[in-house]
Ligand binder design. Structure first.
Ligand SMILES: Nc1nc2c(c(=O)[nH]1)N[C@H]1C(S)=C(S)[C@@H](COP(=O)(O)OP(=O)(O)OC[C@H]3O[C@@H](n4cnc5c(=O)[nH]c(N)nc54)[C@H](O)[C@@H]3O)O[C@H]1N2
Ligand SMILES: Nc1nc2c(c(=O)[nH]1)N[C@H]1C(S)=C(S)[C@@H](COP(=O)(O)OP(=O)(O)OC[C@H]3O[C@@H](n4cnc5c(=O)[nH]c(N)nc54)[C@H](O)[C@@H]3O)O[C@H]1N2
Ligand SMILES: [Mo]
Length: 756
């Protein structure tokens, strides 16, 4: 790190203290070892075949191009596959689950499986049903599936719902929402409700667009990236290559994260085998470690210093923005004392960050779950975007606001209209197609879906991918809610804990589907950089099985429900026609109409902003004042423990380990944080010692909905007052606050009481 490193300015105790087990760099040789181990193993040939198939990477939204071959990004650069891609493919090319498996293993035995064990069962390869009162899933015919499904969807539209996860295609997403809206239901819950919904909400209000305004091409022109609340070294490794290049050309990276993630300090990237892989490349120029949930205060502090030093772009604000005076007034009138006491970062550190931002010609502001998963997630995003605007960093090349998205096609689901906040243009286009208006009843997003189910207001649910049970907080509550739904239909490639715990009252059906590189037709997906990628037809290794393409199931069900209204659903099994419908109804997707012929992957029209003209009603960007959060934690008595119980209350961040994809665990340890298994809590040494808790001691972690016992304490690089544990396991112990404007749970600030 350079001279502005926290060692020089951080006046608080050492939050960057590593434990002895952690390596000195993120990425590095273990990545290559993992590659070698898998590509040279018996599954190697299958793995290579998939890696070279023309389809986008399964893992994150930063994935590769489909058409330029599996290793190339949208800018044509090579060596762009990370080991997360291998991890994801390797899980999908597993052999099928044994044909008699479900006859032999009862549901209560299945419920004892961990996430890792459930995934290792293999690929789902024939449809099964768990009937009311039965102890085993059993095989079911397609005719019975359609009969049950059709009856289940012929209910009051408000009582049927869908949930989806962002790994399926745009085509499946479009058909899902068309089927649901034709029924008259707006209940289109999606994993993005648990994820970047606060970003979508805030960006839409401020800029009139809901996604990143930065293209990969533009990112390559940035001089500085502010990376807040994103552990990209684990979750978007290819983004790390861009950060390395920015440092190489003399640019700066400011990391804002309560945990000093080793991969954000130094990262060894296989894309640069000589200069980076083994020695590691410097990532953070400056690393700030705020209190979880306090980012708004930190950004107001940055705005205050920029304003004090005359580093704001007054002309730009006047010409292109609204409400900027109120933002500057808030920064001015908020005292340094207030700011630093809320965020726990010193004034000197905030000034160092502001100086870098204010003096860099082009700054990109990027963020992920550390920003959105709070009860003030929308304010957090406002505060970042306000900072970008006062420095004139939106609407020009090399700069902008960039939510780093989650699933590889989660953004595509939003674009296709799988959302409870449908864009007016899409609404109008769909109403034209249907020849009538869409229902005006507000649909359920994911948390309100669970609440509605809990209140007995949902009869039927279709889940296109994902793990609704495992992804939700308060596991017991989620299970109870799903248990009130009469029929649940899961479309999935792999079994997960949701299929065993998220059981319906009458019928739970699991339908095995083909994935992106196996479908007999082409599909498309959208990256977090607004780039539409084309996946070629493929084939599956699951011969002698009974799988179905998602598109085929959805169109057949829709045909049985709607006949030929408003489209010939069965004809849409040829996905070329779905793409034509998408081109006609979804703004910015006009090129979809010809993509089958041109094979030209494209950037969606109207998304990338390189001029300060915004698609808002006034044409200006609108700024919002950001109230500072009240971060008080409950007292120990409120956790129901005895007065005399020694221990401490902490703000627990829940998130991903190194080797997991959301609710699916691939490997139990997290070597980069020195956490050897999943039942660990990462704590600050000074905190632990204050409560007389020793390193490696087993403790109890008590939340407001349950507790986890025998949790091993790992001392690590986390700031005081905060701790970190892994989901989905930790979802058992808390019922979180929810961000009211977006429905997103506050997964990153869970009050817990930790005691020995
Ligand atoms: N390999 C892999 N890739 C993935 C995924 C995966 O599970 N595995 N998941 C995909 C999905 S759906 C998503 S949404 C993304 C998730 O990508 P991330 O957002 O990187 O994932 P998290 O593990 O939730 O990590 C959030 C980071 O925020 C920090 N943080 C927590 N609280 C705060 C806070 O209050 N302020 C700040 N500034 N930081 C905070 C945490 O320390 C952590 O480093 O990754 C996607 N890519
Ligand atoms: N405590 C806590 N909870 C969280 C989070 C957190 O940080 N902390 N993060 C939240 C976030 S950001 C998200 S996005 C959610 C994730 O929530 P989900 O998206 O609901 O969950 P996943 O674990 O990604 O779903 C994995 C399953 O998807 C299925 N699948 C994979 N590929 C396909 C496919 O091509 N088609 C179909 N039909 N199915 C497929 C497989 O069956 C696999 O088991 O979790 C949320 N929950
Ligand atoms: Mo996500």
């Amino acid at each position: 790190m350079d001279t502005q490193s926290p060692q020089n300015v951080q006046k608080y105790p050492p939050f960057n203290e590593k434990n002895a087990e952690t390596p000195d760099i993120g990425g590095g040789l273990p990545v290559i070892e993992y590659w070698a181990e898998h590509t040279l193993s018996p599954e190697g040939p299958k793995l290579w075949k998939t890696l070279l198939h023309h389809s986008a990477c399964l893992s994150c939204s930063w994935g590769t191009s489909g058409q330029k071959g599996g290793f190339t990004n949208e800018e044509g650069e090579k060596l762009q596959r990370c080991m997360k891609s291998v991890e994801a493919i390797s899980a999908e090319i597993k052999p099928p689950i044994n044909k008699h498996f479900f006859e032999q293993i009862s549901i209560s035995d299945l419920q004892r499986l961990t996430s890792l064990e459930a995934d290792r069962l293999g690929r789902l390869s024939y449809p099964v049903i768990l009937r009311e009162g039965k102890s085993h899933y059993e095989r079911i015919s397609w005719e019975e599936i359609y009969n049950i499904s059709e009856n289940a969807f012929r209910k009051t539209p408000e009582r049927v719902a869908s949930y989806s996860s962002g790994r399926s295609s745009n085509e499946a997403a479009f058909l899902l929402q068309l089927m649901m809206r034709t029924l008259g239901s707006n209940n289109l819950a999606d994993c993005s409700d648990l994820c970047h919904a606060p970003s979508t909400t805030a960006l839409n209000q401020m800029f009139g667009t809901r996604t990143s305004v930065v293209s990969l091409e533009n990112l390559k022109k940035a001089d500085c990236v502010v990376l807040a609340g994103a552990n990209s070294s684990y979750n978007h490794p290819r983004f790390m290559n861009e950060l390395i290049k920015i440092r190489d050309r003399g640019g700066k990276i400011i990391v804002i994260n309560p945990v000093m993630e080793i991969g954000l300090v130094k990262f060894g990237s296989p894309a640069f085998p000589v200069k980076s892989l083994i020695p590691g490349s410097d990532i953070a120029s400056l690393y700030l470690q705020p209190i979880p949930g306090s980012d708004t205060a930190l950004f107001v502090g940055i705005q205050k210093y920029l304003s004090e030093k005359g580093l704001i772009k007054q002309d730009y604000l006047q010409a292109y923005t609204e409400e900027w005076e109120a933002i500057l007034e808030q920064a001015k009138s908020t005292s340094w004392e207030t700011i630093t006491s809320i965020c726990g970062v010193s004034q000197a550190e905030i000034e160092a960050a502001a100086t870098i931002i204010g003096t860099s010609p082009c700054v990109v502001f990027a963020w992920a779950m550390g920003i959105t998963q709070h009860d003030n997630g929308v304010d957090n995003v406002y505060s970042i975007a306000n900072t970008a605007l006062i420095t004139g960093n939106v609407g020009k090349e090399g700069a902008g606001v960039m939510p780093v998205r989650g699933h590889s096609n989660v953004q595509g689901f939003g674009s296709m209209g799988v959302t409870v906040k449908l864009k007016k243009e899409i609404q109008e286009a769909l109403e034209k197609l249907l020849g009538r208006s869409l229902s005006r009843v507000q649909g359920y997003e994911t948390r309100s879906l669970i609440e509605a189910a809990d209140a007995g207001k949902v009869d039927t649910l279709i889940c296109v991918g994902g793990n609704l049970y495992g992804a939700n907080p308060d596991s017991k509550g989620a299970k109870r809610a799903l248990g009130n739904i009469e029929t649940i239909i899961y479309l999935a490639t792999k079994p997960n804990i949701g299929h065993f715990h998220g059981l319906a009252q009458k019928n739970t059906i699991i339908i095995p589907v083909l994935n992106r590189f196996e479908n007999p037709h082409k599909t498309t997906v959208e990256s977090g950089n607004n780039f539409v990628r084309l996946n070629d037809e493929g084939e599956t290794h699951l011969t002698d099985s009974d799988l179905i393409p998602e598109v085929v199931f959805l169109t057949e069900l829709a045909h049985r429900l709607h006949g030929e209204y408003p489209v010939n659903w069965r004809k849409l099994q040829d996905t070329r026609y779905v793409r034509q419908l998408i081109a006609e109804t979804i703004p910015g997707f006009e090129k979809m109409a010809v993509i089958d012929d041109t094979k030209e992957e494209f950037t969606i029209g109207g998304r990338i902003l390189t001029e300060p003209k915004f698609p808002t009603p006034s044409g200006k960007a609108k700024m919002f004042v950001t109230p500072l959060p009240n971060l008080s934690l409950p007292k120990k008595e409120e956790f129901g423990v005895s007065q005399t119980q020694q221990g401490l209350v902490l703000a627990l961040m829940t998130g991903r380990s190194y080797s997991q994809h959301n609710t699916v665990v691939y490997k139990i340890g997290d070597q980069y944080r020195g956490m050897p298994h999943r039942n660990c809590i990462l704590m600050n040494r000074i905190d632990a010692e204050s409560a007389d808790i020793k390193e490696h001691q087993n403790v109890t972690v008590q939340g407001n909905a349950g507790k986890m016992e025998n949790v091993e304490v790992i001392y690590g690089a986390v700031r005081q007052g905060a701790a970190l544990m892994f989901y989905p396991e930790v979802n058992a112990i808390f019922h979180p606050k929810v961000e009211k404007r977006s429905g997103t749970p506050a997964y990153k600030r869970v009050p817990v009481f930790v005691y020995g």
